[in-house]
Design a protein around this ligand. Structure first.
Ligand code: FAD
Ligand code: DLZ
Ligand code: SF4
Length: 508
């Protein structure tokens, strides 16, 4: 009996479980560009264009491989507007009675498929190193779910950078070597750009016409949209950037959006690349003497460690994870996140590049936009929606734990053992942003003082009951307590003035 095989926009892998379970000779692949997926949050136009162009090319590749594909473009007159609607329409059209699907990466869509009046066989998404059952078993009975221990298991499981049962280089983690301040000159010119072909140009025109009110520009769209091109982008990174990836992993520069980062997360998360092949390419660069251990270990840890770990947490914690708000933060997301005027140079730069590229690297996300949101007490659900909208690599299973957990501490400390907060001093050490800022990073109080300096203490004092006894934060409170009483009162008063201005919509 004919079945429909659902392939979603982030399931563009030839070895997808739903395709593996299907019968190429008789089953029908269903792919659909739909309004509902593009607008349930207002995704960045570059993200939508990337997904639609990659979907169209993947559908062609499947056809060339002998599959029968029913593909719906956004502007097709029959388009039902949602994934479920499209499945129902194609069932009626083809007489198929059953759907084969690979489990989506978001509870919203999993629940919609489960609730739909359809017979669905939902298969595990096994494009990961660890299965969800494996993660659950690892988490079972542990007091704290620390990434580092999970990561070591993934090293053992994959054999990556292993010398028998010992880690290569005699250490599991070389992170302490990966915190160099921003370099003066960057020898890498950034990710490999791809000129849009005819299919991509059609998509760009469609997205421009359909989602003009979404934050972000389509100008300069140059993402890879096929597996072959994504492989080229990976190779370019491994050859030209990986050797210095570790050293400058946490650095930020006003003039450089990418530093030595890979910019492969959209390709990996959409399924054009797989996690193991990426790590094996990096490991080969180490074995060939092309890249040092601190770079290769650091890079592999992000993929088989952090990426797998956050996915495990997202599915372990269940559908309500995105509405957690352990710190009771309620402030509305300020206009500066949408490009509204701000005098804070670091934020203005991080948001501007997000608008231009649908990309910011990890430290910009964590220590600039994320840090500010946390210090200012912004509602974590609004912060989460922002991250989900604006980045080309954002799918909820990976975005939400990074935002709600790692960045906003809204899960109460499942992912982060202490909140990732810092004053301006950290940003100044790791970047050259402060040199061009209207505020002074050296000033601790007054109108000119860097707002991160004010809000840092305001945050710690607001949440003293919760954090004062955290062993990793004791130093911060001891520093505060050593300050003169008058100074402390001025810091808190100035922070309150800053937040009032922020709430009043002033360009702070
Ligand atoms: P590189 O720095 O070159 O790292 C290589 C790869 O490691 C990445 O491509 C990515 O696949 C993986 N990786 C690195 N850090 C993480 C991490 N913390 N979690 C998962 N994978 C990681 N990553 C996403 O893929 N999608 C998201 O929606 C997302 N949202 C984030 C939100 C916040 C608030 C924060 C702090 C981080 C978020 N990250 C997210 C993690 C990280 O910032 C991005 O993976 C990274 O910036 C992607 O750029 P890159 O390919 O140049 O990464
Ligand atoms: C993100 C996205 C967008 C913008 N559009 C589509 C689409 O039109 N059709 C589709 O199948 N998938 C799309 N996606 C990806 C889905 O939203 C994604 O599969 C879920 O959020 C689960 O990760
Ligand atoms: Fe950002 Fe403060 Fe530095 Fe300005 S002075 S760039 S606000 S950290």
């Amino acid at each position: 009996m004919v079945k429909l095989v659902l392939v979603l926009g982030d399931q563009l892998s030839a070895y997808l479980s739903a395709l593996r379970a299907a019968n190429k000779a008789e089953d029908i692949v269903v792919m659909a560009e739909v309004e509902a997926e593009a607008t349930y949050v207002k995704h960045h136009p570059k993200k939508i264009a990337f997904i639609f162009a990659a979907m169209r090319k993947f559908a062609r590749a499947l056809e060339a491989d002998g599959w029968s594909v029913r593909y719906t473009q956004l502007d097709d007159t029959q388009n039902a507007g949602s994934i479920i609607g499209e499945l129902l329409r194609r069932m009626e059209e083809t007489g198929a009675k059953e759907v084969l699907a690979t489990s989506p990466g978001e509870w919203r869509l999993i629940e919609a498929l489960e609730d739909a009046p359809l017979k669905i066989q939902m298969l595990e998404d096994d494009r990961f190193i660890a299965s969800l059952q494996e993660f659950e078993a690892w988490a079972e009975g542990r007091k704290a779910l620390r990434m580092e221990y999970f990561y070591r298991d993934m090293r053992r499981k994959t054999g990556l950078l292993m010398d028998g049962d010992k880690p290569v280089g005699e250490k599991w983690n070389f992170d302490h070597e990966n915190r160099k301040a921003a370099p003066k000159d960057v020898s890498y010119s950034g990710p490999l750009p791809f000129e849009p072909d005819a299919i991509t140009r059609d998509v760009l025109a469609l997205v421009e016409a359909s989602f003009a009110d979404h934050f972000g520009t389509l100008d300069g769209f140059n993402f890879a949209t096929t597996r072959d091109d994504a492989l080229k982008a990976l190779d370019h990174f491994i050859t030209h950037a990986l050797p210095r990836f570790g050293d400058f992993q946490d650095a930020m520069l006003t003039e450089n959006k990418f530093l030595y980062h890979a910019v492969i997360s959209p390709y990996l998360n959409a399924g054009l690349l797989g996690p193991l092949e990426i790590c094996q390419a990096a490991e080969a660069a180490y074995n060939d003497g092309h890249a040092p251990i601190n770079a290769v270990e650091g890079f592999i840890r992000q993929i088989i460690g952090w990426r797998e770990y956050v996915r495990g947490i997202y599915f372990l914690e269940g559908p309500n994870y995105t509405s957690r708000n352990a710190l009771d933060h309620t402030r509305a997301l300020p206009a500066l996140y949408w490009g509204g005027e701000t005098k804070m140079h670091c934020l203005s730069k991080a948001v501007a590049q997000t608008r231009e590229e649908a990309y910011a690297h990890h430290i910009q996300r964590l220590m600039v936009t994320g840090n500010f949101a946390l210090l200012a007490g912004i509602d974590p659900e609004q912060v989460h929606q922002w991250y989900l909208e604006v980045y080309a690599d954002a799918f909820e299973w990976v975005e939400a734990p990074n935002t709600i957990g790692m960045s906003q501490f809204a899960d109460g400390g499942i992912i982060a053992s202490k909140p990732y907060v810092s004053s301006g001093a950290y940003i100044n050490r790791m970047s050259n942003y402060c040199k061009s800022c209207a505020y002074s990073v050296k000033e601790k109080t007054g109108e000119n003082a860097c707002p991160f300096n004010l809000l840092y203490w305001d945050f710690l004092i607001r949440h003293e009951d919760r954090f004062a006894n955290n062993t990793r934060m004791g130093n911060m409170y001891r520093t505060w307590n050593r300050m003169h009483e008058d100074h402390r009162a001025t810091v808190l008063a100035d922070a309150a003035i800053f937040l009032e201005k922020l709430d009043a919509g002033e360009a702070v």
